[in-house]
Write a protein that binds this ligand. Structure first.
Ligand SMILES: [Zn+2]
Length: 160
């Protein structure tokens, strides 16, 4: 991650809520509702502040009821096969029945893990960045800019 992380406190809060959901479920598997409340809060914060959550986190949350998906506790995990070759992992939420299907591909690389997804590695042309950094409108264009700033007055004076 970058050395200067924006919304650091919000990310710490998301982390805390996610860990708290795991904690209450491990203490008592009946704490499904409490864990869901934590995950729902976590989802709401991420949505409000437009924060990206890691795919490993997103895969353990039910997108329908915000339940924390733990295989054998709050979710079932099954292996499915399609057309002989492609295999899928189907995680089904035990609370609402929503299932998510993940392709079993050990070579799959997430977009965020690819080198071209990193902003620092993208080459940006220098003239564009230098032009954007310069202010488009100087603060004081003319000493008597207050009079010439009115377009109607300038046109009438030109006609006469
Ligand atoms: Zn669910």
């Amino acid at each position: 991650m970058a050395q200067h992380l924006k919304d650091k406190e919000a990310y710490q809060r998301l982390n805390y809520l996610y860990q708290a959901a795991h904690c209450v479920l491990s203490q008592n598997p009946k704490n499904v509702e409490l864990a869901r409340f934590y995950c729902f809060t976590q989802k709401t914060i991420a949505k409000r502040l437009v924060l990206r959550q890691d795919p490993s986190v997103k895969r353990t949350l039910c997108k329908k009821c915000c339940s924390l998906l733990i295989p054998g506790v709050t979710a079932t995990t099954r292996q499915r096969r399609k057309k002989g070759k492609t295999r899928f992992t189907v995680v089904r939420c035990l609370s609402c029945g929503q299932s998510k299907t993940l392709l079993n591909n050990p070579d799959h690389c997430l977009w965020a893990d690819r080198p071209e997804a990193q902003l620092e590695q993208q080459k940006q042309p220098d003239p564009v960045t230098s032009a954007e950094s310069q202010p488009k409108h100087p603060k004081h264009p003319k000493p008597d800019g207050s009079q010439s700033s009115k377009p109607g007055a300038a046109q009438t004076s030109a006609c006469t």
